[in-house]
Design a protein around this ligand. Structure first.
Ligand code: GCB
Length: 610
C-alpha cells in the first residue's frame, strides 16, 4: 500500500508521543490566485511573515470556526503552520521520529523546515512521514501544511468545478465547486497531529485475524498474527515475541515468532452491545521486536476475539445470527465541522447506547481512529465505508484510485473487532454499464485485502438496473418511501418496503438490509395529524417502517435496519434543506427528537439477550 499511514501512535517503554495539536497559523491562497503560496514559497518561512494570518484550531475543519464567509466557502489551497521544539536527547538517543496526521482533508502537501516531506491524495486517512533527518534538534522547527479541498471527476469523492464565463452576469474567473452529496464539504487538518519516536529497529505493521470455535457450547479462540519490522541497514532482521494479556493485564498466552497462531482457551469473546452482558471485551497483544544489537521496540495492539461469517441469507458473529440495528452517522458538529472532538465522541457513544443501537455506518468516509477505538471498546459494530459517495463515470483511473483507497483504508482498520463489513461506497450510479466491471474489480481487490469480512456497497438504483449487487457479499439499500417518493403517504411504506427487499433477495440470493430510510423533521414542529417536516411525521414514518421490518425478519434474509441519520448535519447552501439535513434522531447539538424515543423503545426490544 503506497500510502500506509502507520500504526496509531501509542506510548510504550520504547516509544514517546508528542501531540502537536493546538492553535496554528492559517491563511487562504486567494481564490483568483490559487498557486500564490507555492510561487511565493510560503513553506520556507513562517506564514505570518508572508501576509496576514489568523489563528486556526487543530484538529478542526477550518470552515465554521471563524466569522469569515470566504473561509467557510473556500475552494482551493489553504495553508497552516506551527513551530515547535523536540527534545535534544532524541538525537543523542538515536531515536527514529515520525510525524503523523490522523487525516488532512483532502489533498495535502506537508513541509518540514522548508522542505516537502510527504503528500497525500484524499482525506479521512492517516499520513505518516519519517522525519528523523528533517528535524532540527537544537532549534525551532517549522511545520507547514498546504491543503486543497477541490473535488473533480477524478477525486474520491467526486465533484465538478463550474466556470461562469458570462461577464455580464459574473465577475472574471468566477467558478463554483459542485458535488453530488448533501453534506457540507468540510476541509482542513481535521484529526490529531503527533510526533512519535521509535527505536531504529521497530514494529512497522501488525495484522491479526481472530477465529472462534464452538465445541458443544464451549468456546475457544485463535489469533493469527503477522508482524512486520524494520531494522537499520546492515543489521539482521529483528526477532519477535508476543504476549497476550487480558483486560487486567494478566498474561494469557505468548509466542516467539514474527508470525504464528495463538490459542486462547476459555476466551472472553468480543460481543456487540446488548448481545451479551459483557460487550466490547478486548485483550492487548504486546508485540516486541528485538534487533540484532538488542534494541527493543514494543507496541500494544488491542484485540477483540470474534469471528464474522456470512452466507446467502445472513451474517453471524461467533456463530450467532446477527441483526443489525443502528444508524448512519456523520462526523459533523457545529464550529468544528468534521474535526475530531473527544467530548463529542463520548457523547455520541452514550447516545447510541441509550438508543440501544448495536451499530453504525461510517457514512460516507472513514472516521477518525479515535472514534473507531470507542466502537471497539463499547461493542458497537461498524459498517466501515470508504469515501466513495455517489460515484459515476467508472473509468479505469477512478477504479485504480478507488482500489488504492480501499487498500489504504482496510490496512488502517483491519485489526478492529468492531468492523464487521467493508462498504466500498454509497449510492454509486450503478446502473451505468461501466459499473459492472468496475465493481467486480473494486470488490475483488477489497476481498483480497481482507477475506475475513463481507464486502458490501450501499445501493440506491432499482433492483433491475443495478449492476453492482451481483459482486457483493451482502446487499444494503437506501429507500425513502413516503419521503422522496409518495411524499406524505405513510400508508404505502409497509407494502413498498416489504416488496422491495423481497425483490433484492430473490434476485441476488444474498442477505439484504436497509441502510437508510427516514424523514426530515424540524425540532419542535408538531402537527396532528402528522404532516411532512413535523416530528410526528418523522416518528410515524419510522413506526411504519418497523412494521415492514418485522414482516421481513420473519422471512429469514433481512439482516438489519439503519435509520438515516443519527443527528442533523450541515448541508451546502440550498433552497430545499434548511441549512441542515433534518433527518436526525438528534439535533445537531445532540438533543433528542420524538423519533429518538420510538427508536429507543424498538432497539431495546430487539436486543438479543434480554
Ligand atoms: C441519501 C444519501 C445521504 C443523504 C440522504 C438524504 O440517500 O445516501 O447521504 O443525506 O439520502 O437525506 O437525502
Amino acid at each position: 500500500v503506497s500510502s500506509w499511514g502507520g500504526l496509531y501512535p501509542q506510548t510504550s517503554v520504547s516509544r514517546e508521543v508528542k501531540p502537536l495539536d493546538g492553535v496554528w497559523s492559517f491563511r487562504l491562497s486567494p481564490k483568483d490566485d490559487p498557486d500564490k503560496g507555492f510561487r511565493e514559497l510560503w513553506f520556507e518561512k513562517p506564514l505570518s511573515t508572508t501576509g496576514t494570518v489568523i489563528a486556526m484550531a487543530v484538529p478542526s475543519s477550518y470552515n465554521e470556526v471563524t466569522e469569515d464567509k470566504n473561509i467557510r466557502e473556500h475552494v482551493g489551497w489553504a495553508w497552516y503552520d506551527t513551530q515547535f521544539y523536540v527534545p535534544a536527547r532524541w538525537q543523542d538517543e538515536k531515536k527514529r521520529v515520525v510525524l503523523r496526521f490522523g487525516s488532512v482533508t483532502y489533498n495535502s502537501i506537508i513541509y518540514l523546515n522548508g522542505k516537502a516531506i510527504t503528500s497525500h491524495l484524499g482525506g479521512h486517512l492517516p499520513i505518516m512521514a519519517d522525519v528523523t533527518s528533517s528535524l532540527m534538534y537544537s532549534s525551532k522547527n517549522l511545520l507547514t501544511v498546504a491543503v486543497n479541498n477541490t473535488l473533480t471527476p477524478e477525486t474520491i469523492p467526486q465533484g465538478t468545478i463550474i466556470f461562469h464565463n458570462d461577464l455580464s452576469r459574473y465577475p472574471p474567473g468566477y467558478f463554483e465547486q459542485k458535488y453530488n452529496f448533501d453534506f457540507f464539504n468540510f476541509a482542513g487538518i481535521d484529526r490529531p497531529v503527533f510526533l512519535y519516536t521509535t527505536p531504529q529497529t521497530y514494529v512497522d505493521n501488525i495484522r491479526v485475524i481472530t477465529k472462534v470455535f464452538n465445541t458443544q457450547g464451549s468456546y475457544s479462540a485463535s489469533i493469527e498474527y503477522d508482524i512486520t519490522s524494520q531494522s537499520p541497514a546492515g543489521q539482521d532482521n529483528a526477532s519477535c515475541s508476543v504476549f497476550l494479556v487480558d483486560a487486567n493485564d494478566t498474561l494469557v498466552v505468548n509466542g516467539s515468532s514474527c508470525s504464528g497462531t495463538l490459542t486462547v482457551s476459555q476466551p472472553q469473546l468480543w460481543w456487540p452491545y446488548l448481545m451479551d452482558p459483557i460487550a466490547g471485551y478486548q485483550y492487548t497483544l504486546w508485540v516486541r521486536v528485538t534487533g540484532s544489537l538488542d534494541e527493543i521496540d514494543e507496541y500494544p495492539l488491542k484485540v477483540g476475539l470474534r469471528e464474522v461469517a456470512w452466507n446467502t441469507s445472513g451474517v453471524t458473529i461467533n456463530g450467532r445470527p446477527l441483526y443489525i440495528r443502528g444508524c448512519g452517522k456523520h462526523e459533523d458538529a457545529d464550529i468544528r465541522g468534521k474535526g475530531y472532538d473527544a467530548a463529542l465522541v463520548v457523547k455520541d457513544f452514550a447516545l447510541l447506547k441509550w438508543l440501544g443501537a448495536n451499530s453504525f455506518r461510517t457514512s460516507h468516509y472513514p472516521y477518525a481512529e479515535e472514534i473507531m477505538d470507542r466502537a471497539d471498546a463499547e461493542g458497537i459494530m461498524v459498517i466501515d465505508e470508504s469515501p466513495a459517495i455517489g460515484l459515476s463515470g467508472f473509468d479505469p483511473a477512478l477504479r485504480d484510485r478507488h482500489i488504492a483507497v480501499m487498500e489504504e483504508f482496510i490496512m488502517r482498520d483491519r485489526n478492529r473487532p468492531s468492523v464487521i463489513m467493508w462498504s466500498v461506497g454509497n449510492e454509486p450510479k450503478s446502473s451505468q454499464l461501466a459499473a459492472d466491471d468496475y465493481f467486480r474489480a473494486v470488490v475483488n481487490a477489497s476481498k483480497l485485502a481482507d477475506p475475513t469480512r463481507p464486502v458490501t456497497a450501499v445501493l440506491s438504483e432499482s433492483v433491475n438496473s443495478d449492476l453492482a449487487a451481483q459482486w457483493l457479499d451482502v446487499i444494503w439499500v437506501n429507500r425513502y418511501f413516503s419521503w422522496y417518493s409518495d411524499t406524505g403517504h405513510l400508508e404505502v411504506i409497509q407494502r413498498q418496503t416489504v416488496t422491495e427487499f423481497q425483490e433484492w433477495h430473490s434476485k441476488f440470493q444474498r442477505p439484504v438490509g436497509i441502510s437508510e430510510y427516514g424523514a426530515g423533521s424540524i425540532p419542535g414542529l408538531h402537527m396532528g395529524p402528522s404532516f411532512t417536516w413535523s416530528e410526528e411525521y418523522q416518528t410515524e414514518l419510522l413506526l411504519n417502517n418497523f412494521k415492514a421490518f418485522d414482516d421481513l425478519r420473519d422471512q429469514g434474509f433481512f439482516m438489519g435496519e439503519m435509520i438515516w441519520n443519527f443527528a442533523d448535519f450541515l448541508t451546502p447552501q440550498e433552497y430545499n434543506r434548511p441549512a441542515m439535513c433534518m433527518k436526525g434522531l438528534f439535533t445537531r447539538t445532540r438533543q433528542p427528537k420524538m423519533a429518538a424515543q420510538v427508536t429507543r423503545a424498538r432497539y431495546h426490544d430487539l436486543a438479543e439477550w434480554d
